[in-house]
Ligand binder design. Structure first.
Ligand SMILES: C[S@@+](CC[C@H](N)C(=O)[O-])C[C@H]1O[C@@H](n2cnc3c(N)ncnc32)[C@H](O)[C@@H]1O
Length: 231
């Protein structure tokens, strides 16, 4: 009987690659502006001091989409450093163009899967804040395994926060939100700052995102989650 060749198991991803729709302008922006804003792929541990050229508080936003929130936060705090990770290249191309247009200097971009990049390349206890605004909700039961914010991944995120650092999540999917709350309560390294199993009020500093705006127009609720890295 022929033996099937051994193939490594394909990881379950939280996104589906749809690269076809990159416009020429997005492609050009990715090429021309990558040396300014891009963090190259690789396996080496990143050093934020090298990335920004000095020591500064660093915020990481996972799944920045069109980058609206990162842009707003970076403009508000030019003394801080901001890193965005998203696997969607056309969105990254548009975002790089917007960063250059606004002459924003304190943002760097990784095009990739946060579930792969963070465990491999982000040093432990190196981040001041991690933000995840409207992660894909994957509403169908058979797709729940694709949800990014699993207990295992939340543990990885907690390990990358400095002591006292914060994790801020927003979702318009209450059942996903409750799953995240429960996972946080299971982790000895994170404390839900609103109290066990409780959503948090929307922080005044959190910018409105494109996905959130669309959800609000459709009448969706918004659920914020805030946690702090225990010492
Ligand atoms: C629903 S959109 C929200 C975008 C944006 N945060 C907003 O609120 O408008 C989810 C985003 O997460 C990104 N994403 C999905 N899986 C990801 C992963 N594993 N790592 C990083 N980003 C991811 C998607 O490409 C997409 O941009």
């Amino acid at each position: 009987m022929p033996i099937a060749p051994l193939r490594p198991a394909r990881p379950v991803r939280s996104f589906v690659r749809r690269e076809g729709r990159m416009t020429p302008a997005q492609r050009r922006a990715l090429e021309d502006l990558w040396p300014v804003y891009g963090i190259d792929g690789g396996i080496a541990l990143l050093e934020w001091e090298m990335v920004f050229g000095d020591l500064r508080p660093v915020t990481l936003e996972i799944g920045f989409g069109d980058g609206e929130s990162l842009r707003a936060m970076a403009q508000e705090a030019p003394e801080a450093g901001f890193i965005g990770i998203d696997p969607h290249r056309p969105g990254a191309g548009r975002f790089l163009r917007d960063l250059a247009h606004d002459d924003i200097q304190n943002v760097r971009v990784i095009v990739g899967d946060a579930a792969e990049v963070i465990p491999k390349r982000v040093p432990p206890a190196s981040l001041d804040r991690i933000l995840v605004f409207f992660p894909d909700p994957w509403p169908k039961k058979r797709h729940h395994k694709r949800r990014l914010l699993s207990g295992a991944f939340l543990k990885e995120l907690a390990d990358r926060l400095k002591s006292g650092g914060s994790l801020q999540v927003a979702t318009d999917w209450p059942e996903y939100g409750k799953e995240i709350l429960a996972a946080i309560d299971q982790l000895p390294t994170l404390e839900n700052t609103a109290g066990i199993g409780t959503f948090s009020p929307r922080p005044a500093w959190r910018p409105l995102t494109k996905y959130e705006r669309r959800g609000l127009q459709l009448g969706h609720g918004v659920f914020d989650i805030a946690a702090q890295r225990r010492p």
